[in-house]
Design a protein around this ligand. Structure first.
Ligand code: 4AD
Length: 443
């Protein structure tokens, strides 16, 4: 039996396949009926190809089938690959067309040029929007980023873990949790694998990573927040300082930037006319937040109160600074105030109002948060109290630290934000196949 092939496979091997039989399955992109000659453009994930039938040369059934086709019908075409004056230089002269399914309603969204429709319409009819190869390219890049992440950390001796998403407590102060009814108890959807990646390090796995969904019940209406996103997490033991964690984050970023010429990343960047990520050979700059306040004040006239976090404008300006002054799309901001970091963060020995923590900004948007964790039991209890939290509520977590916890640290990276910044998308919803936000739980 003839094997179904992706359009790109046929095009890549066209010299070899010429005058041979091929089978293409996909959707009817367009139909052109010139009477004696009939054309159908068949599209699959990887591209499109012209299918032709000629009166007198092609079977009558094929000509009749092309006449009856509707846009977005699902078909399989068997035919002979021929040279043709098309953009691809070839076409399929059909010998058989099987119609597998036909739309039952007029199309609410045209696949071609769907990116020009409004975002709510695109998300409402996402299954049509995604048939546009320009949109599919976003998710091929997303898969690529996740693959590079997995490959890089695996090569560095990290073990992939799969932690519970139904949990007993929130981990990230400030971010809200979604409650779930769990038999006769209230549980929560995990905001982060934070506690359990630390658990895995303490439990002896030493270096771990996870790619998984996280849930944030924040009523945000911004272009950079989702209520469900994918977090790329790492955690490692026996660090000497939080700089070791940054080194591993940078290693991944460097690996990713070094591989954007590979498919499908190359195609995605080309489709969006996006520049490859730029980072200096000398390393991603690491700027203490105290210095960032000064840069913002002196260079951009922006005041941020000492001890406060950077807002989105502050991040954007620091991104601009990194690009213009340091020739880098990335910049680490380090040593955040204790006040704005979660209780598990290690406070600086020389100044307990600051922490051994960092954010990584990519083209002016935070894509990574990380730092060293407090691994000393009594200090951890004191950190909880200092944040006004009841240690009893976190006892299951505190217990991990009772029987030998190595110094450790880690980071969490937002997958959709990495994709969004790489392609220059305007809204993070574009980087999520089916975004969950305050308005959407369907489709
Ligand atoms: O800054 P966050 O909340 O940090 C944590 O989850 C820590 N447990 C990480 C750690 O290991 N210390 O989230 C980490 C990253 C952010 O830098 C951002 O890229 C992304 O996750 N992120 C979001 N992405 C989309 N929508 C949201 N609502 C996001 N909140 C955070």
């Amino acid at each position: 039996m003839l094997k179904e092939r992706f359009v790109w496979e046929v095009l890549a091997e066209k010299e070899k396949l010429l005058e041979g039989e091929v089978r293409i399955c996909g959707w009817v992109h367009r139909i052109r009926d010139l009477g004696r000659v009939k054309f159908a453009i068949i599209r699959d994930r990887s591209g499109s190809i012209q299918v032709t039938a000629k009166k007198g040369e092609s079977p009558d059934t094929v000509l009749e089938t092309i006449e009856s086709l509707r846009q977005e019908s699902v078909v399989c075409v068997d035919g002979v690959l021929k040279k043709a004056p098309t953009r691809e230089g070839v076409e399929v002269k059909a010998t058989k067309i099987t119609v597998i399914n036909t739309p039952v309603e007029p199309l609410p969204l045209e696949v071609e040029g769907s990116e020009k429709a409004s975002l709510p319409t695109r998300l409402r009819y996402r299954w049509l929007d995604l048939r546009n190869p320009k949109i599919t390219a976003v998710f091929e890049l997303e898969a690529f980023v996740a693959r590079v992440f997995r490959e890089y950390y695996t090569s560095q001796g990290f073990v992939e873990i799969f932690t519970p998403k139904i949990v007993a407590a929130g981990t990230e102060s400030g971010a809200e949790v979604f409650p779930v009814l769990y038999f006769d108890k209230t549980a929560f959807l995990a905001q982060s694998p934070q506690f359990y990646k630390q658990f895995a390090v303490i439990a002896g796995l030493e270096r771990v990573f996870e790619i998984g969904p996280v849930f944030r019940a924040e009523p945000h209406h911004t272009s950079r927040h989702l209520n469900e996103y994918h977090s790329l997490d790492i955690e490692l033991g026996f660090i000497e300082s939080f700089h070791d964690v940054m080194d591993y984050v940078e290693g991944f970023i460097r690996s990713l930037a070094g591989r954007v010429e590979e498919e499908p990343a190359r195609r995605a960047l080309e489709t969006y006319s996006a520049e490859p990520p730029r980072l200096p050979a000398s390393g991603i700059p690491r700027i203490p937040i105290a210095e960032a306040y000064e840069i913002l004040r002196e260079k951009y006239g922006k005041e941020v109160e000492e001890g406060e976090d950077l807002d989105s404008e502050g991040e954007r300006l620091m991104g601009q600074y990194a690009r213009e002054e340091l020739d880098s799309d990335f910049v680490f901001i380090i040593e955040y105030p204790w006040k704005v970091r979660p209780f598990y963060t290690m406070r600086m020995e020389s100044n307990p109002e600051l922490t051994y923590s960092f954010d990584l900004l990519y083209r002016g948007l935070e894509i990574v948060t990380g730092g060293q964790r407090e691994h000393r039991y009594h200090q951890l209890v004191s950190n909880l109290k200092d944040k006004g939290l009841e240690p009893e509520g976190f006892q299951f977590y505190l217990d991990f630290f009772k029987h030998g916890a190595p110094p450790h640290g880690g980071a969490g990276m937002g997958l959709e934000r990495i994709v969004m910044q790489t392609l220059g998308l305007d809204n993070i919803r574009e980087a999520r196949m089916l975004p969950r936000d305050t308005e959407r739980i369907t489709p």
